[in-house]
Design a protein around this ligand. Structure first.
Ligand code: SD4
Length: 324
């Protein structure tokens, strides 16, 4: 048997035989500080701060993650989320978002236009409809019915960048732009209940109608309150192909740490994409948090970071990465 095959078999064997998940009586649950919040990229710092305040004010984990990521949605200088997000190749800002709670309740919107806070619409899809996701015109109509305001999300700056892009029309999404991109937030509260949110304007210059991983439960975001949570940033197609966030959570369920689980999925993405044309510009990053409060981030290439907030910390952490 080749060494590689042996390692693969051993890993799968250990997954098949390891004990499942965590349990609240586990003594090592006291090891890490909770509550704790992690969010992708530099804008995660400001988002975490607002989420933390909401949590400390007793608003609950779901409101905390919703209000937290709205900070990035509202900021016109965040060019990959909400207002001011870079548009598709026809000049439309189209938004994707999802939210999930400790009971596996979840809501999502995709391909939503002219509504600044898709995360709040996603929450209402979860709370007020029998569905998980609304898309496009249907999502927009639902938002208007719920009292959201219709507004133009294409700022002058984003319009200028789009017109410049049209000169060459070369589709090569650049991730890590000044460490700002999709925001994904994971939160564990003092009861060790877990919540998550993810919101984005998606890949800049995408084909009109394209939806990425971010609104897809299991791809851009997933959590299981018995185990932990994971969320993704980067080229959504690669994350969807591997059911990225759900896979990270499932690997943690088998006993892997958040870092080991993120690494395993990034390795799978790397293997699948090495011979594909998008390899040249491919970047993906995951953040993960387990029931223990332990957290990690890991990406394919250099440049990914995430923000941590807890009782002792308010800081950015540079994620480890695969390709040195
Ligand atoms: C997407 N995953 O639409 C998003 C984009 C992103 O960091 O996360 N960029 O593919």
């Amino acid at each position: 048997m080749s060494r590689r095959k042996f390692i693969t078999n051993t890993f799968l064997g250990s997954i098949a035989t390891s004990s499942i998940g965590f349990n609240l009586n586990d003594s090592n649950l006291k090891k890490f500080s909770v509550p704790r919040i992690i969010s992708t990229w530099n804008h995660g710092l400001g988002a975490n701060k607002v989420a933390w305040t909401n949590l400390k004010d007793g608003k609950g984990g779901l409101t905390a993650v919703e209000q937290g990521v709205r900070v990035s949605e509202d900021d016109p200088n965040e060019r990959s989320v909400g207002l001011g997000g870079l548009p598709d190749r026809k000049g439309n800002v189209t938004l994707d978002a999802c939210i999930m709670d400790k009971n596996n309740d979840c809501g999502a919107v995709s391909f939503l236009q002219n509504i600044k806070n898709p995360i709040s619409v996603a929450r209402l899809v979860m709370e007020k409809t029998p569905h998980v996701m609304l898309t496009g015109k249907g999502a927009y109509d639902f938002a208007i019915e719920q009292g959201f305001k219709s507004e133009n999300l294409l700022t002058e700056k984003s319009k200028e960048d789009w017109l410049k892009w049209l000169e060459k029309s070369n589709y090569k999404p650049t991730i890590n732009i000044e460490n700002h991109d999709t925001i994904s937030m994971l939160l564990i509260d003092s009861n060790r209940d877990i919540f998550g949110a993810c919101t984005t304007s998606g890949a800049a210059w995408k084909i009109h109608g394209r939806v990425g991983d971010s609104p897809i439960i299991g791809a851009g975001l997933f959590l299981d309150n018995d185990v932990g949570a994971a969320a993704a940033t980067g080229l959504g197609e690669a994350v969807i192909r591997t059911a990225g966030s759900a896979m990270v959570v499932e690997i943690m369920r088998q006993g892997a740490s958040p870092l080991e689980a993120c690494k395993e999925v990034v390795n799978r993405i790397s293997k699948i994409h090495r011979n594909r044309p998008e390899w040249e510009y491919l970047q993906v990053g995951f953040i993960a948090l387990n029931k223990n409060g332990e957290h990690a981030g890991y990406s394919l290439k250099k440049g990914f970071n995430y923000a941590l907030k807890d009782d002792e910390n308010e800081k950015m952490i540079d994620a480890n990465f695969k390709i040195k």
